[in-house]
Design a protein around this ligand. Structure first.
Ligand SMILES: [Zn+2]
Length: 399
């Protein structure tokens, strides 16, 4: 089951705004009750707080949703505490309404209950209607904020049987997608330029006023995010469409902990660190994953162990490649005596390592967000070079 969302603006009326605030207060009440009783599971929290929410004059379904939202907030707080992050007492500030009950799409509008026996219809835009009227699409829940309406939609898609894999290497200035047959570069150097322009603009305001500065920085930050996202969307859309056409599963590397490489005290310049940390690799992964899931394309996430050394290993002979500052993004294999492009090497290696998962008999794990684990059918042609790929994966050298 693939899930994504579609959103639009809407014009709120007084009743809705009151309801949003009521919902927010109900969420905060449940959070308070949960904290007092040290309850964070949905079941325990509903038993404790459902009756206490009876003083609120709202449709019963919203009470359940408020409790479920509070349970979500409490669970993420618990997780942060477990990991040792500093956490404050949670409190919902922004008015918001989430519900998965008692709504329906009728006559080009979304009908939601706002009081007992009273329903409100919010007209949907053409885009929203187009998306939700696609065959097989079900609307699961809706979210209202002060000016936005967001619908969560689900689609049951059959998995595409893949015949090969394609590796996606994420870099600062490009996305490289490829396997042994072909590689493509998706240029993202524009995002680096946008980031530096944003920094430049924010820096050009010289007045010594922290509040104005923060406001300006956040405004231009939002603009930067929107522009970067747009570029990424263009690239990821093509990547997924091409992968579907060629029937290749997408292989993603695990670059968890990449931020630790660019921290203060690591001996890098401030500007360099800023540039490297402004890199939106997580967004690229998010987009590829949800777009792939929506069309039923398998995505293989390699583990950290499987990712190791993917950009410095020769795809031909498995030798460690030599790099040189003068060569920029080229690598030299001393055994094969050829020069290779660093990004291409990484993409090819990733695609091979993803394919090793097929080749081995153990069930390939295709991780989907939300813990769903699906196995892939079909065995793609295992063109793995024995003695090169497999041992490297099972025993990565610890040096
Ligand atoms: Zn080589």
């Amino acid at each position: 089951m693939a899930v994504k969302s579609v959103w639009q603006y809407y014009a709120p009326v007084g009743d809705v705004l009151l309801l949003l605030d009521l919902f927010r207060r109900m969420v905060n009440d449940s959070i308070r009750i949960g904290l007092l009783n040290d309850a964070s599971s949905l079941r325990k929290l509903s038993l404790l707080s459902y009756n206490q929410l009876s003083c609120y004059d709202s449709p019963g379904c919203y009470k359940l949703c408020a409790i479920s939202r509070a349970a979500g907030i409490l669970a993420s707080r618990k997780k942060s505490l477990k990991r040792g992050f500093p956490t404050r007492t949670p409190y919902a500030v922004r008015p918001l309404l989430v519900s998965c009950y008692n709504f329906r799409v009728k006559n080009g509008g979304l009908e939601v209950p706002i009081a007992r026996g009273k329903r409100l219809s919010i007209s949907l835009t053409k885009h929203t209607l187009d998306v939700i009227s696609q065959p097989g699409v079900k609307v699961r829940s809706f979210t209202l904020t002060q000016n936005k309406l967001c619908l969560c939609i689900a689609l049951d898609v059959p998995m595409i049987e893949c015949i090969s894999t394609v590796g996606v290497d994420r870099n600062l200035r490009n996305l490289t997608v490829g396997n042994d047959q072909e590689t493509r570069h998706y240029d993202l150097s524009e995002t680096v330029r946008i980031a530096s322009t944003t920094v430049h603009i924010a820096r050009s305001f010289k007045r010594d006023d922290a509040r104005t500065k923060a406001g300006i920085a956040s405004k231009y930050g939002r603009r930067r995010t929107a522009r970067t996202r747009h570029l990424l969307h263009n690239a990821t859309k093509t990547i997924v469409a091409l992968a579907v056409q060629r029937r290749t599963a997408i292989v993603l590397e695990n670059i968890q902990g990449i931020r630790a490489l660019y921290r203060k005290g690591n001996g890098q310049g401030r500007k360099y660190r800023g540039r490297m940390n402004g890199w939106s690799f997580g967004e690229a992964q998010r987009q590829i994953e949800y777009k792939a899931r929506w069309v039923g394309l398998p995505v293989i996430r390699l583990s950290r162990r499987e990712t190791r050394g993917s950009s410095v290993t020769c795809p031909r002979c498995g030798e460690r490649l030599q790099s040189d500052k003068k060569l920029k993004r080229k690598l030299w294999c001393s055994k094969c005596r050829i020069m290779m492009d660093r990004d291409t090497v990484a993409a090819v290696n990733l695609s091979r390592r993803g394919r090793v998962r097929f080749a081995r008999s153990r069930p390939p794990i295709i991780e989907a967000q939300g813990g769903a684990v699906e196995a892939m059918k079909g065995n793609p042609t295992p063109t793995v070079i024995h003695g090169v790929d497999a041992p490297k994966l099972t025993q990565p050298n610890k040096s």
